[in-house]
Design a protein. Structure first.
Length: 311
């Protein structure tokens, strides 16, 4: 029998077991197929999802809002500026009050502490729609896309090129958990934090995969099945990075790099892309790119997460 995840929070990939991750992927596959065939699936009738945004969003906002509608519920877009949160009401009090009105809370925040505090004080599921630490909903959609393209996940090699922050952290966690070899190449000073690496390596020992983090681009992309990149300057990270940005220039994902990877390599990007910075037009629009499928899959995976977590 499938595991019940009702009422669980998704603050990070670390909250879920391997079995639960595969259950999300399985439900996402069913929902995607049903949508393709025009079969409605209102499994959350009348449920409401509060969607708190401290930062802008296209994919996360639209996939959650459209997703909850397709599941028979409704989403409320709540800009943190318009909430009393913006005038000093505490995160904990906001969580307590929202829990009395809605059936789930999705939040995109600057500090990961805010997600943790929301989860600790909410009686309904809290879903992390991106924090400075991790981006688990994106990662689940990424893994779903990889499974679609390759059939199975274990033993693949992912090369993450760029800033070792939120998107990289979540990918590293899930790869370690699922037995996917994960290599990251980042400019000096922008490698993932040591505690994230240590934890991932510990998990990877159990699943028998490699987690390698460094500055070596060639080692990372050599024979890779997946090349993944993200913006050089993340939201909320724009001050004082002008000097650092120069260090990213050699880490641009361009055609020459693709040629060093496995011949069937797929190129992924969480988007939005800064064309001509972390990735060239040629690669983003090229035959190896799966970024539009990846973006579409946010919808199917978000729906799977909501249908499994929200009571
Ligand atoms: N990838 C992603 O989370 O996109 P948005 O910032 O548009 O939500
Ligand atoms: N690392 C990026 C991801 C955007 C989806 C950011 O945090 O802005």
């Amino acid at each position: 029998m499938a595991v019940s995840m009702k009422g669980k929070h998704l603050t990070s990939i670390l909250d879920f077991s391997v079995e639960e991750i595969y259950e999300i992927l399985k439900v996402a596959e069913t929902l995607k197929l049903e949508r393709l065939r025009g079969i409605p699936h209102p499994v959350l009738p009348g449920r409401n999802l509060a969607m708190i945004f401290e930062k802008p969003s296209t994919r996360t906002r639209v996939s959650f809002e459209v997703g909850i509608n397709q599941l028979g519920g409704s989403g409320l877009y709540l800009s943190s500026k318009d909430l009393q949160l913006g005038r000093g009401e505490t995160v904990a009090d906001t969580a307590r009050v929202l829990s009395r009105y809605v059936d789930g809370i999705m939040a995109r925040v600057f500090s990961h502490k805010t997600i943790v505090e929301l989860a600790e004080n909410s009686s309904v599921s809290v879903i992390n729609g991106l924090s400075d630490f991790v981006h688990p909903c994106q990662t689940l959609a990424d893994i779903f896309t990889m499974q679609e393209k390759f059939g199975s996940l274990k033993g693949l090699k992912m090369a993450y090129i760029g800033d070792g922050n939120n998107v990289c952290n979540s990918l590293m966690f899930i790869c370690a958990k699922l037995g996917i070899n994960f290599y990251s190449a980042s400019p000096g000073g922008f490698l993932p934090k040591q505690d994230v690496i240590d934890l991932s390596q510990k998990m990877a020992k159990e699943t028998g995969c490699r987690i390698v983090n460094g500055t070596n681009l060639n080692e990372a992309v050599s024979d890779a099945h997946v090349i993944y990149t993200d913006v050089w300057v993340s939201m909320g990270d724009d001050s004082g990075k002008e000097e650092g940005i120069k260090k990213f220039l050699p880490y641009q994902v361009r055609q020459k790099l693709i040629e060093k990877a496995n011949k069937d390599v797929i190129v992924m990007h969480c988007l939005p892309a800064h064309r001509g910075e972390e990735i060239t037009d040629e690669v983003l629009d090229g035959p190896h790119s799966v970024v539009w499928d990846e973006a579409e899959n946010r919808l199917h995976v978000q729906k799977a997460i909501m249908s499994l977590l929200i009571r």
